[in-house]
Design a protein around this ligand. Structure first.
Ligand code: PMP
Length: 629
């Protein structure tokens, strides 16, 4: 005999969630576990009381699911017009009045039971209403562990319409994130209406319509509240109904394109460098690569990658803490630490993962993070994922940072994080002041050196060398820019690195980066150490380019290898980038959300190997287009 398992969860006496299943006795333990999981992880909060009730009903009947149709609408008003027409189609004349009664269902846990013709309320307990329970779908594949509104609703509607005297039902979910509702009747079955309320509204309710003798009402309520029912043949939403989810995708794509925000990839042929060819074969000068020192295509670096692949295989075969650590990983971490003058280093598969991994390891709920408003997206994502309180301070404003730090108290940990060189503006963090402020408020200092290693400091060691000061608590960086490879890292104390290796999920739960990319970065570091003149050449190229722009009337400045040429309008930036490409210069248009709206720009990134003539020609082309587009 099937068994009923019911779960109700509440907090301070208020209902949070509920669910029920009717299953074979052997499935009870796993169903109890999944319902408990559901109770404890509801978005409305953690309950302080969970009741799981297991009963064996005296009899269980089986019903065929109502036929389902879907009406797609785009607003709640349109949805209610469909309800109105449907009710009239099923022979109910007072649909407007029925709708207005929903104002009273919002506070009820159960449904309102209405005489379909007189609209008299028939439920004995008006505050609670009638609760239809003891029902489930027989199709195990439809029983997801989480909440499946659609299946639960069809099961309930099927049971309700099978009750003596019930001739119709209207339902609006009370889940603020679920706007779809339905109207059902014996005439047309279950009519799903895609929008019946505003997104975010917690208001919902149900109305059951009854036609029959008053003497039978009690029997109907008893059936709704006590009769166990299993519903067969609930059909998954058919392709036609679910096609609406693709409509939304198409709409968003159209909006993105018409706002000038569509991003398109171009394919660059051959080994990456300061000159190249875009597919199919147009010669070009590349002015937006992060390969600042042209090491990605350097023979020594490429050979190191090839040799490591031959020696250690194409993939690492496991995560770092299981089977993925190979000699090139260890060697690179030691080299990075030496290069930065830190005790130790940890390498992640990408710079993005490094930022997310470091921040989420260091900060969680109860902690506070201070983040520059123009920090890179990977820092922003790390802050969001951490669950910590995040305070965004004005760009590079150390006074504002200090002010915010001085006003916060009661947090377990404080972390201040900033780009060293800002990726879209090229401006530079005042590291000594940053460290001073963090130190005085006992906050962890973290600096993203993605665009400063290989660029800043006379030998390219980054911001500490540039300013002649100490390191932040965490000097994060990437192997994918000046070091011409792929991966991210943090240099820090041995203790901090040990901590990160224990706590960083993007370090622990992903396959180790390849030996080839580790060996390539290691070789690139060696080239950088033996050829510091590359850093000087890069700096000179940046200064030359800015002066060439100035000669053409274009105002731009740089303190690093990044020169933003602010264009403003997104579509104008795209048009300029396209025209530049026709003339043989690859320079990306950077737009929202990478930078604020109406702050679109051509982001020029210099390389040590750019030829002066190419730079002069590019500046000339930009000058012309700034005047003509
Ligand atoms: N931080 C900054 C400042 C960056 O510009 C980038 C790359 N755009 C990253 C982190 C992410 O590094 P990666 O490309 O190695 O994931």
């Amino acid at each position: 005999m099937p068994v009923s398992v019911k779960m109700r969860a509440s907090l301070g006496g208020c209902h949070i969630s509920g669910a029920e299943r009717i299953v074979e006795p052997r499935a009870v333990p796993s169903v109890v576990a999944s319902l408990a999981e559901r109770a404890m992880s509801h978005e409305r909060g953690m309950p302080d009381f969970v009741n799981i009730k297991i009963e064996t009903p005296s009899d269980v009947i089986r019903l065929d699911a109502l036929p389902v149709s879907t009406v797609k609408v785009s607003s709640a008003d349109e949805g209610w017009r469909v309800v109105d027409e449907s009710l009239r189609e099923a022979g109910f004349t007072r649909s407007q009045e029925i709708r207005s009664l929903f104002a009273e269902t919002y506070s009820m846990r159960g449904a309102m039971l209405l005489d379909a013709d007189t609209l008299e309320r028939l439920e004995p307990d008006k505050a609670r209403g009638v609760r239809a329970t003891y029902m489930d779908s027989s199709d195990a594949s439809l029983r997801s562990l989480g909440k499946n509104h659609y299946v639960e609703a069809v099961v309930l509607a099927t049971k309700v319409l099978s009750a003596p005297g019930i001739v119709g039902e209207i339902c609006v979910s009370d889940d603020p994130g679920y706007v779809t509702g339905y109207v059902s009747s014996r005439k047309f079955g279950y009519r799903r209406i895609t929008v019946l309320k505003e997104l975010g509204s917690p208001l919902g309710g149900r109305i059951f319509l009854y036609r029959g003798p008053r003497s039978e009402v009690e029997k109907t309520i008893d059936y709704l509240q006590r009769q166990a029912v299993i519903v067969d043949g609930v059909k998954p939403l058919c392709a036609k109904a679910s096609a609406s989810r693709f409509d939304g995708i198409a709409k968003e794509l159209d909006e993105t394109a018409s706002a000038g925000l569509e991003r398109v990839e171009r394919t660059l042929l051959g080994r990456t460098g300061s000159r190249g060819a875009t597919a199919p074969s147009r010669e070009c000068c590349i002015l937006c690569s992060n390969n600042y020192l042209d090491l990605a295509g350097d023979d020594r670096v490429v050979s190191a990658a090839a040799e490591a692949a031959r020696a250690y295989g194409a993939g690492s075969g496991g995560s770092r803490l299981v089977t993925g650590t190979q000699p090139p990983h260890v060697a690179l971490e030691e080299h990075l630490a030496r290069f930065k003058g830190a005790e130790a280093a940890i390498v992640y598969p990408t710079g993005y993962m490094a930022n997310v991994g470091i921040i989420t390891a260091l900060a969680r709920r109860g902690d506070i993070i201070f983040s520059d408003e123009l920090n890179h997206a990977s820092i922003i994502d790390g802050c969001r994922m951490s669950g910590a309180e995040v305070v965004v301070y004005p760009h590079l404003d150390m006074k504002a940072l200090e002010d915010r730090l001085s006003r916060c108290s009661g947090f377990r940990r404080r972390l201040v994080v900033s780009d060293g060189v800002f990726s879209m503006d090229g401006d530079v963090l005042d590291l000594p002041r940053f460290l001073d402020v963090c130190g005085r408020y006992d906050a962890f200092s973290m600096v993203d050196e993605a665009h400063s290693v290989g660029v800043m400091g006379s030998r390219g060691h980054g911001l500490s060398e540039h300013f002649g000061c100490g390191l932040p608590d965490i000097a994060m960086g990437t192997l994918s820019k000046a070091l011409g490879s792929q991966g991210g890292y943090a240099c820090a104390s041995a203790q901090m690195v040990k901590y990160l290796k224990q706590k960083s999920r993007p370090y622990i739960f992903t396959t180790a980066p390849t030996a080839a990319s580790m060996a390539a970065a290691d070789a690139a570091l060696s080239v950088l150490e033996s050829e510091p003149q590359r850093v000087e050449a890069l700096r000179e190229n940046a200064a030359f380019f800015v002066s060439e722009l100035a000669r053409r009337g274009v105002r731009a400045k740089t303190e690093s290898a990044i020169v933003p040429v602010i264009v403003g309008d997104e579509r104008r930036a795209v048009a300029m980038s396209a025209e530049l490409e026709k003339r043989g210069f690859v320079i990306s248009a950077i737009r929202y959300p990478t930078v604020p709206r109406s702050m679109a720009r051509l982001r020029v990134a210099l390389m040590s190997s750019h030829a002066r003539q190419d730079l002069a020609d590019a500046a000339c082309a930009i000058g012309e287009l700034m005047a003509s587009i």
